[in-house]
Design a protein around this ligand. Sequence first.
Ligand code: ADP
Ligand code: DAR
Length: 386
Amino acid sequence: MLSLRKVWLRPHLPTGAWHRSCSGGKLKPGVMAQLITGYKNLIVSDSKSLLKKHLTQEIFDKLKSKVTPTFHSSLLDCIQSGLCNVDSGVGIYAPDPEAYTVFADLFDPIIEDYHRGFKKTDKHPEPCFGSGKDFENLDPRNEFIVSTRVRCGRSVQCFPFNPCMTEFEYCELEGMISNALGCLRGQYSGSYMPLAGMQKETQEELINQHFLFKEGDRFLQAANASRFWPAGRGIYFNCDKNFLVWVNEEDHIRVISMEKGGDLGKVYDRMIGGVETLGKFLQFSHDKRLGFLTFCPTNLGTTIRASVHIKLPSLAADKAKLEAIASEHKLQVRGTRGEHTEAEGGIYDISNKRRMGLTEYEAVREMYEGIKALIEAERKLGSARK
Ligand code: ADP
Ligand code: DAR
Protein backbone atom coordinates (compact mmCIF):
# COMPACT_ATOMS: atom_id res chain seq x y z
CA MET A 1 0.00 0.00 0.00
CA LEU A 2 1.24 3.48 -0.82
CA SER A 3 2.98 4.86 2.23
CA LEU A 4 0.63 7.62 3.22
CA ARG A 5 3.06 9.23 5.62
CA LYS A 6 5.75 9.54 2.95
CA VAL A 7 3.24 11.17 0.61
CA TRP A 8 2.13 13.64 3.27
CA LEU A 9 5.49 15.34 3.06
CA ARG A 10 5.10 15.77 -0.66
CA PRO A 11 6.85 18.88 -2.03
CA HIS A 12 4.61 21.56 -3.45
CA LEU A 13 4.46 20.65 -7.11
CA PRO A 14 4.48 23.64 -9.42
CA THR A 15 0.86 24.52 -9.85
CA GLY A 16 1.34 26.97 -12.66
CA ALA A 17 -1.13 26.14 -15.34
CA TRP A 18 -2.66 27.91 -18.29
CA HIS A 19 -5.92 28.71 -16.50
CA ARG A 20 -4.30 30.41 -13.50
CA SER A 21 -4.50 34.17 -13.15
CA CYS A 22 -0.92 34.49 -11.90
CA SER A 23 2.50 33.54 -13.11
CA GLY A 24 5.55 33.70 -10.87
CA GLY A 25 3.58 35.40 -8.15
CA LYS A 26 2.39 38.25 -10.36
CA LEU A 27 -1.00 38.80 -12.05
CA LYS A 28 -0.96 37.73 -15.69
CA PRO A 29 -1.63 40.48 -18.28
CA GLY A 30 -5.32 41.12 -18.64
CA VAL A 31 -6.31 39.74 -15.25
CA MET A 32 -6.61 43.18 -13.67
CA ALA A 33 -8.80 44.37 -16.54
CA GLN A 34 -10.94 41.21 -16.13
CA LEU A 35 -11.29 41.92 -12.41
CA ILE A 36 -12.23 45.58 -12.91
CA THR A 37 -14.78 44.82 -15.64
CA GLY A 38 -16.27 41.92 -13.67
CA TYR A 39 -16.56 44.04 -10.53
CA LYS A 40 -18.22 46.91 -12.43
CA ASN A 41 -20.78 44.47 -13.88
CA LEU A 42 -21.44 42.96 -10.45
CA ILE A 43 -22.05 46.35 -8.84
CA VAL A 44 -24.68 47.38 -11.41
CA SER A 45 -26.33 43.92 -11.41
CA ASP A 46 -29.33 42.91 -9.31
CA SER A 47 -27.21 40.28 -7.57
CA LYS A 48 -28.17 39.47 -3.98
CA SER A 49 -24.91 37.64 -3.29
CA LEU A 50 -22.87 38.15 -0.17
CA LEU A 51 -20.00 38.96 -2.53
CA LYS A 52 -21.83 41.99 -3.90
CA LYS A 53 -22.96 42.99 -0.42
CA HIS A 54 -19.47 42.96 1.10
CA LEU A 55 -17.02 43.70 -1.75
CA THR A 56 -16.86 47.46 -1.34
CA GLN A 57 -14.73 49.56 -3.69
CA GLU A 58 -12.29 50.11 -0.82
CA ILE A 59 -11.86 46.38 -0.18
CA PHE A 60 -11.67 45.69 -3.93
CA ASP A 61 -8.87 48.24 -4.37
CA LYS A 62 -7.03 46.88 -1.33
CA LEU A 63 -7.15 43.23 -2.50
CA LYS A 64 -7.09 43.39 -6.31
CA SER A 65 -3.32 43.03 -6.64
CA LYS A 66 -2.73 40.51 -3.84
CA VAL A 67 -1.74 36.87 -4.44
CA THR A 68 -1.30 33.99 -1.99
CA PRO A 69 2.37 33.15 -1.28
CA THR A 70 2.44 29.40 -1.96
CA PHE A 71 -0.20 28.79 -4.64
CA HIS A 72 -0.31 32.30 -6.18
CA SER A 73 -4.10 32.62 -6.06
CA SER A 74 -5.56 36.02 -6.91
CA LEU A 75 -8.75 37.86 -5.99
CA LEU A 76 -10.09 36.77 -9.40
CA ASP A 77 -9.51 33.12 -8.48
CA CYS A 78 -11.66 33.75 -5.36
CA ILE A 79 -14.57 35.67 -6.88
CA GLN A 80 -14.82 34.66 -10.54
CA SER A 81 -17.75 32.31 -9.84
CA GLY A 82 -19.72 35.14 -8.22
CA LEU A 83 -18.80 37.51 -11.06
CA CYS A 84 -20.04 35.02 -13.68
CA ASN A 85 -23.12 33.89 -11.72
CA VAL A 86 -24.84 36.98 -10.35
CA ASP A 87 -27.55 34.67 -8.94
CA SER A 88 -24.98 33.22 -6.52
CA GLY A 89 -26.05 33.18 -2.89
CA VAL A 90 -22.47 33.66 -1.69
CA GLY A 91 -20.23 34.08 -4.76
CA ILE A 92 -16.79 33.37 -3.35
CA TYR A 93 -14.57 30.34 -2.81
CA ALA A 94 -11.04 29.92 -1.43
CA PRO A 95 -8.70 28.61 -4.18
CA ASP A 96 -6.24 27.53 -1.47
CA PRO A 97 -6.06 27.60 2.35
CA GLU A 98 -3.95 30.81 2.39
CA ALA A 99 -6.72 32.74 0.64
CA TYR A 100 -8.68 32.94 3.92
CA THR A 101 -5.77 34.97 5.33
CA VAL A 102 -4.58 36.97 2.32
CA PHE A 103 -8.15 37.99 1.36
CA ALA A 104 -9.48 38.09 4.95
CA ASP A 105 -10.84 41.63 4.44
CA LEU A 106 -13.42 40.08 2.11
CA PHE A 107 -13.84 36.59 3.57
CA ASP A 108 -14.33 37.75 7.16
CA PRO A 109 -17.46 39.91 6.63
CA ILE A 110 -18.95 37.22 4.36
CA ILE A 111 -18.24 34.54 6.99
CA GLU A 112 -19.76 36.76 9.71
CA ASP A 113 -22.87 37.32 7.63
CA TYR A 114 -23.41 33.71 6.53
CA HIS A 115 -22.64 32.07 9.87
CA ARG A 116 -24.87 34.53 11.73
CA GLY A 117 -22.28 36.51 13.65
CA PHE A 118 -18.93 34.65 13.55
CA LYS A 119 -16.70 37.72 13.82
CA LYS A 120 -13.08 38.03 12.63
CA THR A 121 -12.11 38.18 16.31
CA ASP A 122 -13.98 34.95 17.09
CA LYS A 123 -12.33 31.54 17.32
CA HIS A 124 -14.10 28.37 16.22
CA PRO A 125 -14.32 25.82 19.08
CA GLU A 126 -12.25 22.65 19.13
CA PRO A 127 -13.99 19.65 17.49
CA CYS A 128 -16.65 18.09 19.75
CA PHE A 129 -18.95 15.49 18.18
CA GLY A 130 -20.78 14.43 21.33
CA SER A 131 -22.96 11.37 20.76
CA GLY A 132 -25.93 10.54 18.59
CA LYS A 133 -27.66 8.91 21.56
CA ASP A 134 -28.97 12.37 22.54
CA PHE A 135 -30.99 12.60 19.31
CA GLU A 136 -34.17 10.52 19.18
CA ASN A 137 -35.82 9.48 15.93
CA LEU A 138 -37.35 12.70 14.58
CA ASP A 139 -40.26 10.87 12.94
CA PRO A 140 -40.76 7.39 14.49
CA ARG A 141 -44.05 6.90 12.61
CA ASN A 142 -42.49 7.91 9.28
CA GLU A 143 -45.17 10.52 8.59
CA PHE A 144 -42.97 13.33 7.26
CA ILE A 145 -39.30 12.40 6.89
CA VAL A 146 -38.22 10.45 3.81
CA SER A 147 -34.54 10.24 4.73
CA THR A 148 -31.89 11.67 7.05
CA ARG A 149 -28.30 12.55 6.10
CA VAL A 150 -25.33 13.97 8.00
CA ARG A 151 -22.17 15.01 6.14
CA CYS A 152 -18.91 16.76 6.87
CA GLY A 153 -16.11 17.96 4.58
CA ARG A 154 -12.38 17.53 4.94
CA SER A 155 -9.35 18.90 3.07
CA VAL A 156 -6.04 17.02 3.03
CA GLN A 157 -2.97 18.94 4.18
CA CYS A 158 -0.38 20.04 1.57
CA PHE A 159 -2.96 20.11 -1.24
CA PRO A 160 -4.55 23.31 -2.57
CA PHE A 161 -8.25 23.47 -3.38
CA ASN A 162 -9.85 22.76 -6.74
CA PRO A 163 -8.80 25.83 -8.80
CA CYS A 164 -5.10 25.24 -8.06
CA MET A 165 -5.07 21.45 -8.46
CA THR A 166 -3.21 19.92 -11.40
CA GLU A 167 -4.48 16.71 -13.00
CA PHE A 168 -1.56 14.93 -11.36
CA GLU A 169 -2.58 16.24 -7.93
CA TYR A 170 -6.21 15.17 -8.42
CA CYS A 171 -5.06 11.63 -9.19
CA GLU A 172 -2.43 11.62 -6.44
CA LEU A 173 -4.98 12.82 -3.87
CA GLU A 174 -7.55 10.29 -5.13
CA GLY A 175 -4.94 7.56 -4.60
CA MET A 176 -4.21 8.70 -1.04
CA ILE A 177 -7.89 8.89 -0.11
CA SER A 178 -8.87 5.59 -1.73
CA ASN A 179 -5.96 3.91 0.08
CA ALA A 180 -7.26 5.30 3.38
CA LEU A 181 -10.79 4.14 2.48
CA GLY A 182 -9.38 0.68 1.81
CA CYS A 183 -8.43 0.53 5.49
CA LEU A 184 -12.05 0.88 6.69
CA ARG A 185 -13.45 -2.19 8.44
CA GLY A 186 -16.70 -3.51 9.91
CA GLN A 187 -19.82 -1.53 8.97
CA TYR A 188 -17.61 0.87 6.98
CA SER A 189 -15.96 -1.66 4.70
CA GLY A 190 -16.91 -1.26 1.07
CA SER A 191 -15.53 -0.24 -2.30
CA TYR A 192 -14.38 2.87 -4.14
CA MET A 193 -15.80 3.69 -7.59
CA PRO A 194 -13.81 6.19 -9.69
CA LEU A 195 -16.02 8.48 -11.78
CA ALA A 196 -13.63 7.98 -14.69
CA GLY A 197 -14.89 4.98 -16.59
CA MET A 198 -18.23 4.79 -14.73
CA GLN A 199 -21.14 3.84 -17.01
CA LYS A 200 -23.39 6.87 -17.67
CA GLU A 201 -26.45 4.84 -16.62
CA THR A 202 -24.79 3.89 -13.33
CA GLN A 203 -23.82 7.52 -12.71
CA GLU A 204 -27.34 8.80 -13.41
CA GLU A 205 -28.92 6.13 -11.20
CA LEU A 206 -26.58 6.99 -8.30
CA ILE A 207 -27.38 10.71 -8.69
CA ASN A 208 -31.12 9.99 -8.76
CA GLN A 209 -30.76 7.90 -5.62
CA HIS A 210 -29.13 11.00 -4.04
CA PHE A 211 -25.93 9.02 -3.45
CA LEU A 212 -23.65 10.64 -6.02
CA PHE A 213 -22.92 14.34 -6.52
CA LYS A 214 -24.40 16.15 -9.51
CA GLU A 215 -22.19 16.95 -12.50
CA GLY A 216 -21.79 20.31 -14.24
CA ASP A 217 -22.52 22.63 -11.33
CA ARG A 218 -22.12 26.02 -13.05
CA PHE A 219 -20.95 27.70 -9.85
CA LEU A 220 -18.15 25.19 -9.41
CA GLN A 221 -17.30 25.30 -13.14
CA ALA A 222 -17.00 29.11 -13.07
CA ALA A 223 -14.72 28.76 -10.03
CA ASN A 224 -12.39 26.49 -12.06
CA ALA A 225 -13.35 23.68 -9.71
CA SER A 226 -14.32 21.15 -12.39
CA ARG A 227 -11.17 20.97 -14.49
CA PHE A 228 -9.88 17.59 -15.71
CA TRP A 229 -13.34 16.16 -14.82
CA PRO A 230 -13.84 13.22 -14.14
CA ALA A 231 -10.14 12.59 -13.37
CA GLY A 232 -9.53 12.08 -9.64
CA ARG A 233 -13.22 12.13 -8.73
CA GLY A 234 -15.20 9.23 -7.31
CA ILE A 235 -17.47 7.79 -4.64
CA TYR A 236 -17.00 5.20 -1.90
CA PHE A 237 -19.87 3.04 -0.61
CA ASN A 238 -20.00 0.72 2.35
CA CYS A 239 -21.79 -2.60 1.80
CA ASP A 240 -25.09 -1.29 3.26
CA LYS A 241 -24.91 1.90 1.12
CA ASN A 242 -25.60 4.05 4.19
CA PHE A 243 -22.03 5.35 4.44
CA LEU A 244 -20.55 7.20 1.45
CA VAL A 245 -17.47 9.29 0.73
CA TRP A 246 -17.29 11.77 -2.15
CA VAL A 247 -13.76 12.29 -3.48
CA ASN A 248 -12.66 15.59 -5.07
CA GLU A 249 -16.07 17.04 -5.89
CA GLU A 250 -16.33 20.43 -4.23
CA ASP A 251 -14.06 19.43 -1.34
CA HIS A 252 -11.27 16.89 -1.24
CA ILE A 253 -13.50 14.67 0.93
CA ARG A 254 -17.17 14.62 1.89
CA VAL A 255 -17.98 11.98 4.54
CA ILE A 256 -21.69 11.11 4.35
CA SER A 257 -23.99 8.95 6.44
CA MET A 258 -27.59 8.58 5.31
CA GLU A 259 -30.61 6.30 5.50
CA LYS A 260 -34.38 6.25 5.08
CA GLY A 261 -36.44 7.57 7.97
CA GLY A 262 -35.68 10.04 10.76
CA ASP A 263 -33.19 8.26 13.04
CA LEU A 264 -30.78 11.20 13.29
CA GLY A 265 -28.78 9.77 16.20
CA LYS A 266 -27.92 6.57 14.34
CA VAL A 267 -27.00 8.45 11.15
CA TYR A 268 -24.86 10.94 13.09
CA ASP A 269 -23.01 8.25 15.06
CA ARG A 270 -22.19 6.43 11.80
CA MET A 271 -20.70 9.61 10.30
CA ILE A 272 -18.64 10.30 13.44
CA GLY A 273 -17.11 6.81 13.33
CA GLY A 274 -16.30 7.15 9.64
CA VAL A 275 -14.59 10.55 9.74
CA GLU A 276 -12.66 9.73 12.93
CA THR A 277 -11.33 6.51 11.37
CA LEU A 278 -10.29 8.30 8.17
CA GLY A 279 -8.49 10.86 10.35
CA LYS A 280 -6.13 8.08 11.47
CA PHE A 281 -4.84 7.73 7.91
CA LEU A 282 -5.01 11.27 6.53
CA GLN A 283 -3.89 14.68 7.88
CA PHE A 284 -6.83 17.09 7.58
CA SER A 285 -6.36 20.85 7.09
CA HIS A 286 -7.45 22.54 10.32
CA ASP A 287 -7.04 26.22 11.22
CA LYS A 288 -6.94 27.25 14.90
CA ARG A 289 -9.39 30.12 14.24
CA LEU A 290 -11.56 28.84 11.35
CA GLY A 291 -11.73 25.14 12.24
CA PHE A 292 -11.66 22.57 9.42
CA LEU A 293 -10.85 24.29 6.11
CA THR A 294 -13.02 23.84 3.01
CA PHE A 295 -13.26 25.24 -0.51
CA CYS A 296 -16.40 27.24 0.24
CA PRO A 297 -16.57 29.56 3.30
CA THR A 298 -20.11 28.36 4.01
CA ASN A 299 -18.69 24.97 4.97
CA LEU A 300 -15.85 26.04 7.30
CA GLY A 301 -15.59 25.13 10.96
CA THR A 302 -17.59 22.01 11.76
CA THR A 303 -18.31 21.49 8.00
CA ILE A 304 -21.43 19.64 9.21
CA ARG A 305 -24.68 19.62 7.28
CA ALA A 306 -27.36 17.54 8.98
CA SER A 307 -30.39 17.34 6.71
CA VAL A 308 -33.71 15.66 6.19
CA HIS A 309 -35.63 15.06 3.01
CA ILE A 310 -39.04 15.95 4.38
CA LYS A 311 -42.65 16.48 3.22
CA LEU A 312 -44.52 19.28 5.01
CA PRO A 313 -47.58 19.77 2.78
CA SER A 314 -49.41 22.30 4.94
CA LEU A 315 -46.35 24.42 5.63
CA ALA A 316 -45.20 24.16 2.00
CA ALA A 317 -48.55 25.63 0.95
CA ASP A 318 -47.51 28.75 2.89
CA LYS A 319 -43.82 29.00 1.85
CA ALA A 320 -43.34 32.29 3.71
CA LYS A 321 -44.39 30.59 6.96
CA LEU A 322 -42.09 27.63 6.25
CA GLU A 323 -39.16 29.98 5.59
CA ALA A 324 -39.99 32.07 8.69
CA ILE A 325 -39.95 29.08 11.05
CA ALA A 326 -36.83 27.73 9.35
CA SER A 327 -35.05 31.06 9.70
CA GLU A 328 -36.09 31.35 13.36
CA HIS A 329 -34.36 28.00 13.96
CA LYS A 330 -31.35 28.83 11.74
CA LEU A 331 -32.35 26.20 9.19
CA GLN A 332 -31.77 26.28 5.43
CA VAL A 333 -34.62 25.19 3.13
CA ARG A 334 -33.54 23.86 -0.27
CA GLY A 335 -34.98 21.85 -3.12
CA THR A 336 -34.79 18.09 -3.27
CA ARG A 337 -31.39 18.04 -4.94
CA GLY A 338 -29.77 20.69 -2.81
CA GLU A 339 -29.06 24.32 -3.52
CA HIS A 340 -30.47 26.07 -6.54
CA THR A 341 -32.97 23.23 -7.12
CA GLU A 342 -36.74 22.93 -6.65
CA ALA A 343 -38.69 20.57 -4.41
CA GLU A 344 -39.75 17.43 -6.30
CA GLY A 345 -42.96 15.76 -5.13
CA GLY A 346 -43.11 18.18 -2.20
CA ILE A 347 -39.80 16.89 -0.78
CA TYR A 348 -37.59 19.60 0.71
CA ASP A 349 -33.94 19.30 1.81
CA ILE A 350 -33.90 21.08 5.19
CA SER A 351 -30.68 21.38 7.19
CA ASN A 352 -28.73 23.42 9.72
CA LYS A 353 -27.37 26.60 8.17
CA ARG A 354 -24.64 27.47 10.69
CA ARG A 355 -21.37 25.52 10.69
CA MET A 356 -19.04 27.95 12.50
CA GLY A 357 -18.88 29.27 16.05
CA LEU A 358 -20.46 26.14 17.48
CA THR A 359 -19.40 22.52 17.94
CA GLU A 360 -20.40 19.62 15.69
CA TYR A 361 -22.77 18.46 18.42
CA GLU A 362 -24.37 21.93 18.70
CA ALA A 363 -24.79 22.18 14.92
CA VAL A 364 -26.65 18.85 14.84
CA ARG A 365 -28.64 19.87 17.94
CA GLU A 366 -29.68 23.09 16.12
CA MET A 367 -30.98 21.02 13.18
CA TYR A 368 -32.67 18.52 15.52
CA GLU A 369 -34.59 21.21 17.44
CA GLY A 370 -35.48 23.06 14.23
CA ILE A 371 -36.88 20.00 12.46
CA LYS A 372 -38.91 19.10 15.57
CA ALA A 373 -40.36 22.63 15.54
CA LEU A 374 -41.23 22.36 11.84
CA ILE A 375 -42.98 19.01 12.35
CA GLU A 376 -44.90 20.46 15.32
CA ALA A 377 -45.99 23.44 13.20
CA GLU A 378 -47.01 21.08 10.37
CA ARG A 379 -49.14 19.01 12.75
CA LYS A 380 -50.88 22.14 14.08
CA LEU A 381 -51.46 23.57 10.62
CA GLY A 382 -52.56 20.19 9.27
CA SER A 383 -55.11 19.59 12.07
CA ALA A 384 -56.37 23.19 11.81
CA ARG A 385 -57.20 22.53 8.16
CA LYS A 386 -59.26 19.42 8.93
P1 ADP B 1 -23.78 21.02 -0.48
O1 ADP B 1 -23.82 21.31 0.96
O2 ADP B 1 -22.44 21.24 -1.11
O3 ADP B 1 -24.92 21.62 -1.22
P2 ADP B 1 -24.78 18.53 0.31
O4 ADP B 1 -23.82 17.93 1.24
O5 ADP B 1 -25.97 19.23 0.87
O6 ADP B 1 -23.99 19.46 -0.68
O7 ADP B 1 -25.29 17.41 -0.69
C1 ADP B 1 -26.35 17.74 -1.56
C2 ADP B 1 -26.88 16.43 -2.12
O8 ADP B 1 -27.26 15.57 -1.03
C3 ADP B 1 -28.11 16.67 -2.96
O9 ADP B 1 -27.97 15.89 -4.13
C4 ADP B 1 -29.24 16.14 -2.14
O10 ADP B 1 -30.16 15.44 -2.95
C5 ADP B 1 -28.60 15.13 -1.19
N1 ADP B 1 -29.25 15.14 0.12
C6 ADP B 1 -29.20 16.13 1.03
N2 ADP B 1 -29.92 15.79 2.12
C7 ADP B 1 -30.44 14.54 1.89
C8 ADP B 1 -31.27 13.65 2.61
N3 ADP B 1 -31.72 13.94 3.84
N4 ADP B 1 -31.59 12.47 2.03
C9 ADP B 1 -31.14 12.16 0.81
N5 ADP B 1 -30.34 12.95 0.06
C10 ADP B 1 -30.00 14.14 0.60
N1 DAR C 1 -23.46 27.99 -5.25
C1 DAR C 1 -22.56 28.92 -4.61
C2 DAR C 1 -22.03 28.34 -3.28
C3 DAR C 1 -23.05 28.37 -2.15
C4 DAR C 1 -22.70 27.46 -1.01
N2 DAR C 1 -22.86 26.03 -1.39
C5 DAR C 1 -21.83 25.21 -1.58
N3 DAR C 1 -20.62 25.56 -1.27
N4 DAR C 1 -22.06 24.01 -2.09
C6 DAR C 1 -23.29 30.26 -4.37
O1 DAR C 1 -22.60 31.24 -4.07
O2 DAR C 1 -24.50 30.27 -4.50
